[in-house]
Structure formats: structure tokens, C-alpha cells
Write a protein that binds this ligand. Structure first.
Ligand code: ADP
Length: 579
């Protein structure tokens, strides 16, 4: 149970870390793409701004070569500069500049394109950085918003020189930033430009303008720096938190503002105009992509899990089935072994009983066989004594002849008995079926004669060799003859036919003219008998043992009723040459 819980926890932990890895990887991949795109867009926007400025940058340089202006700055300052102002006004109209100023060496405005309005004529710009730079011979630039109603301006200032190259004054161009911004209001990304003070001075979102992305309080306390803006319009930055994620800066804002909730922040310095370009890119698509891929991975994991569970379940079911089958097979094997052992022992008992029955039958037959000649010998011998006393030698010799023949028969009977005991249990070999029948008839002879049984036996002229054991075959034939004799007990003309025939196999037929078989399907069953029990033979074993013996020689035995009445048994045996 504990092991299961630990495994489930481990799998869960692995799945979670895997999903986290997928999320991280997807997020990072999308983030890199976004960053590349953002950087491209930012540099594009910066280039656009710089090139927009480019038009105006050239203007003061071009004008500084103008002889009218060069001559004007060295004029008596008390003279009217109206003609110059008109000239500047025209130049401003043509170029789209907001204002063009002519300054003397001290920075005081001599003439201005806006001379008719609330103009800068007479105003001194000596301290302004662009003027200072221009007086040092370089192109000066500066940005400022003088009044709340004025547009935000960007100045480019350059020096005027006399024929000797001495600086005599300056030309200053003012560019209206709002006019530039109009072009890029539709940009999807939020782009803004901050100056050295962190003030957002140019932006494609109006709400961001004049917010201080820097130290607001420090800027306000700096009298000199803050005067270039309309102080009342300066605002603090909208509330947002800046953090680092995957090595990149992220802006997270919590209030409902014009910018995305979470965005990637990139910046690039623009020293040419003294500003920094900034871009904010919405992180939503990145997060969505990461979420989508993670969800897909989770779905895949769930499916994989289900598949594995299904497979495991199937394997478990299969294993259970196999186990059940194995158990059943094992049980079956045990039962088969038990049954085999039972059959074996039954068979052994059967064989033993059969042997005993055969032995009983034989000893009964033998004692009968030996008793009769013995009694005859006795009476012949007694007769011979009397005949000898009467000196009837011819009769004596006849008696002695009878005694000798009777002794001869006794000898044969004993020889048979010896053969029986000697060959018992020998393996099957070649045996002459004719001799088997002869010997059996010899054994059964006395009983057959006693019962007046007529035996029809046409003895084949040549031996018929079959596969078998002599004694056991004799036992079989003897059993058939005794059964026939038994069956014809009350018969008036008992007869037995014995006959050997050959085709592919060798057949021995034993037929009688008795009452026939009562139930021919049962006769080979052990202990099937119709004879009264207890009268010597009726054990019902003879045929079943015979059946086993014939089968052990590769043959078979069948019993049926003859058409003319009586029973007929046929033994089929393998001819010896066939082996
Ligand atoms: P048993 O002789 O001890 O009865 P067997 O197995 O030799 O045992 O014979 C079984 C039975 O087959 C006999 O009881 C008898 O009913 C029947 N049987 C055998 N041979 C004959 C036959 N020649 N004629 C009629 N019935 C026979």
C-alpha cells in the first residue's frame, strides 16, 4: 500500500515537473521570438525617428552657408532684422520647421520665422546646451516645451562663421514633435523615447507623454533641468512592477491602463539625439502559447497514462488467466497420475487373479489327467499280477503295454506343465500356432473326452509361425476350449471346430454349437460371467485376460454368435515373417 502511494506520488511529481519543463520551454521559445521581433520593431522605430530628424538636421547647416544670414549677424543690432525674419519665415514654410532663429554670438535672438506671433526675438539662449555645442563648432541638439500651449520642440543648432572662419552667431531650427508622432500613432506596439532625465518626450501613446520613467522628485527639485518642461504637466510613471523573467525585463502593471498587463520591456540607446528608445511587447500570446502547449502535453500524458493502465490491466488479467489455467492443468495432471496409478494397481490385481485362476484350472485339470491314468495303471498292474499267477503271459504283456502307454501320457502332461512354468513371462517371439493348438488339445483332452465333445481340427501340414508367447497363447486357446466345453455342458452332441487361416494376418477360429453368447459386448469385461459363482471356474476373468494377452502380441480377439448357432471366437495374430 505504502509502495503504491510512493509510486503514485513519484509519477505525479514526474508529470508535474515534465509539464513545468514543457511550459518553461514553450514560454522561453515564444519569448525569444517576441524579443527578436520587438528588437526589430524598436530599431525600425528608432531609425524612423532619426531619419525624420535627418531632414531638419541638415537645415541649419545649409542655412549657415547663406551669405545674407552670415552678413546679417554682423550688422548693427539696432537695425531692423525684419527682412531676415521674412526670409526665415519662408524657409520654415518650405521645410516644415516649426521655427527658425538667427542668434548673435551672445545667444540673443536677432530674427525669427515666427516674428509676427509671440516670437523669441530678443530672447537669449546663451546657456542652452545646443547653443553651447554650436559655439564650440559642433551640431547642437536640444528638446524642450516652453509653454503649456506650445508643442514639444526639438532644436538643432549650428554656428555661423565669417570669411575667416570665426564664429559670429548661430542658426537654430525647432521641429514640432507632434507632427512626427502623427505618422506612427497606429503602431501596435508601445514605443516611447526617454531623455536623460527619464522623461518620456516622444511616444506613440499620448497617455505616456511627459511621464517620468526615472526619479520624479529629483527632477522637480533640479531647477535647471526641469525648466525645459512645463512643470505642471510632468507626471509620475503609471504604477507597474519591473521584474526579471528568463533573463529578460518584464513589466507587470496592476491597474487598468493603456498598456498590457504583462509586457516584455526592451530598450536601445540613441546617442545621435541623446535619447533612449523603449518598447513594450504584450506577453499574452507568449503565455497563451506556453499554456496551450502545456495543455496539449498534459492531454498527451493523460492519454499515455490511460494506455499504460489499460496495458497493465490486460497483462494482469492475462497473468490471472494463465495462473488459473496452470492450476487447472496441475490438478488435472495429479488426477491423471492418480487414476493411472489406480488402473495400474487394478491391472496388476487382475493379472494376479488371472494367474491364480489359470493355475487353479490347470491344477484341477492336471490332477484329473494324472489321476485317471494312475488309477488305470493301478488296475492294469493288479490285473497283471492275477494274470501272471494264472500264467496268462500274453495278457500280462498286453497289460504292461497299456501301463507303459499310460505312463508315456503322464510324462507328456508333466512336460507340458514344466513348459508352462518355464516359459511364463517370456517376451513374445516366434511361435508355431499349430503346435500351440496341438498342445492345448492334449491338455484339454481328458475333459473333452469326458464330456463327449467332438473336436473338428484339420491340422495344417506346415507350421504357422506367429508373433507371441507359446504358453500364453496356449492359455488363451485353453480358455476358449474350456469356455466352449462349459457352454455345451447340457448339449446332446457337443462339438468344437478349430481352424487356422491366413491372409494378411493369421486367424485362429474356435467355434462351438452351444447356446451362444448372451451378451457379446460384455464378455471381455473383467468379472463378467454367467456361470454360478463358487463352482470353480466362474470368475469372469478368462476372456479379459485373454484379450490382454492377444493385444500384447499386437493382435486382437473378437467373439460373436454363429449364424448356425453357437459362439465363435476369432483370434487375429501377426505372422512371424511380417515382423
Ligand atoms: P468365466 O469363464 O469365468 O465365466 P470368461 O471371461 O472366460 O469367464 O467368460 C465370460 C463369459 O462369457 C462366460 O461366463 C459366458 O457367459 C460367456 N462365454 C464365453 N465363452 C462362451 C461360449 N463358447 N459360449 C457361450 N458363452 C460363452
Amino acid at each position: 500500500m505504502l509502495k503504491r502511494v510512493v509510486i503514485i506520488l513519484l509519477i505525479g511529481l514526474t508529470a508535474v515537473s515534465l509539464l513545468w519543463g514543457v511550459w518553461r520551454w514553450s514560454y522561453n521559445e515564444a519569448l525569444v521570438q517576441l524579443e527578436v521581433r520587438g528588437q526589430g520593431n524598436l530599431s525600425l522605430a528608432s531609425d524612423r525617428l532619426v531619419s525624420q530628424f535627418g531632414r531638419y538636421r541638415q537645415l541649419p547647416v545649409v542655412l549657415s552657408d547663406n551669405p545674407v544670414l552670415r552678413e546679417a549677424v554682423v550688422r548693427d543690432p539696432k537695425e531692423s532684422f525684419q527682412d531676415i525674419s521674412i526670409f526665415l519665415e519662408r524657409a520654415a514654410d518650405v521645410t516644415g520647421a516649426l521655427d527658425i532663429l538667427l542668434l548673435d554670438r551672445s545667444g540673443t535672438t536677432l530674427a525669427a520665422a515666427n516674428w509676427q506671433d509671440d516670437s523669441f526675438i530678443g530672447v537669449n539662449f546663451a546657456g542652452r546646451p545646443d547653443f553651447v555645442r554650436a559655439m564650440n563648432g559642433a551640431l547642437g541638439f536640444y528638446h524642450s516645451q516652453e509653454n503649456a500651449d506650445d508643442p514639444r520642440g526639438f532644436y538643432f543648432t549650428t554656428a555661423l562663421r565669417d570669411g575667416l572662419g570665426n564664429i559670429t552667431g548661430g542658426i537654430s531650427i525647432k521641429v514640432d514633435l507632434e507632427v512626427l508622432e502623427v505618422e506612427w500613432r497606429g503602431d501596435p506596439e508601445i514605443i516611447f523615447f526617454t531623455d536623460a532625465n527619464g522623461v518620456i518626450f516622444i511616444a506613440n501613446r499620448h497617455s505616456l507623454l511627459l511621464r517620468v520613467y526615472g526619479d520624479y522628485d529629483e527632477l522637480l527639485s533640479n531647477e535647471k533641468e526641469s525648466q525645459r518642461y512645463v512643470r505642471a504637466q510632468l507626471q509620475t510613471m503609471f504604477p507597474f512592477a519591473e521584474d526579471e523573467k528568463f533573463g529578460r525585463t518584464r513589466w507587470v502593471q496592476s491597474e487598468d491602463f493603456e498598456i498590457p498587463l504583462r509586457s516584455l520591456y526592451l530598450k536601445t540607446p540613441l546617442p545621435v539625439i541623446g535619447m533612449t528608445g523603449n518598447i513594450l511587447l504584450d506577453l499574452k500570446p507568449v503565455e497563451e502559447q506556453a499554456r496551450l502547449r502545456t495543455a496539449l502535453a498534459a492531454a498527451f500524458l493523460v492519454m499515455l497514462g490511460l494506455l499504460i493502465m489499460n496495458l497493465l490491466q490486460r497483462r494482469r488479467t492475462l497473468a490471472d488467466l494463465l495462473k488459473i489455467e496452470e492450476k487447472a492443468t496441475a490438478e488435472l495432471e495429479i488426477r491423471v497420475a492418480d487414476r493411472t496409478a489406480q488402473l495400474q494397481s487394478a491391472n496388476e490385481h487382475l493379472v494376479q487373479a488371472g494367474k491364480l485362476a489359470a493355475l487353479g484350472q490347470m491344477s484341477a485339470g492336471i490332477s484329473h489327467e494324472l489321476n485317471q491314468p494312475l488309477a488305470a495303471i493301478q488296475s492294469y498292474a493288479e490285473n497283471a499280477v492275477i494274470l501272471l499267477e494264472r500264467e496268462r503271459t500274453a495278457d500280462v504283456s498286453k497289460n504292461l503295454g497299456q501301463i507303459s502307454s499310460l505312463a508315456g501320457r503322464m510324462g507328456r502332461i508333466i512336460r507340458n506343465l514344466r513348459a508352462f512354468s518355464r516359459k511364463e513371462g517370456e517376451p513374445a517371439g516366434e511361435v508355431d500356432l499349430v503346435k500351440v493348438v496341438e498342445d492345448t488339445l492334449e491338455l484339454a483332452g481328458i475333459r473333452l473326452r469326458e464330456k463327449n465333445v467332438v473336436v473338428h481340427w484339420v491340422k495344417p501340414t506346415k507350421p504357422v509361425l506367429v508373433i507371441g508367447g507359446g504358453v500364453r497363447l496356449q492359455q488363451v486357446v485353453l480358455n476358449l476350449i474350456s469356455n466352449a466345453t462349459d457352454a455345451m455342458e447340457v448339449q446332446s452332441d457337443p462339438q468344437i471346430w478349430l481352424d487356422i487361416s491366413r491372409s494378411n494376418a493369421v486367424y485362429l477360429k474356435v467355434r462351438d454349437n452351444g447356446p451362444g453368447l448372451e451378451d457379446k459386448d460384455k464378455i471381455f469385461e473383467p468379472f463378467y460371467t454367467t456361470k454360478p459363482i463358487g463352482e470353480g471356474d466362474g470368475m469372469g476373468l478368462g476372456l479379459s485376460i485373454s484379450y490382454g494377452i492377444v493385444q500384447s502380441f499386437g493382435g486382437q480377439i473378437v467373439g460373436e454368435n454363429h449364424n448356425d448357432g453357437g459362439a465363435v471366437f476369432r483370434i487375429e495374430l501377426t505372422p512371424a515373417e511380417a515382423k
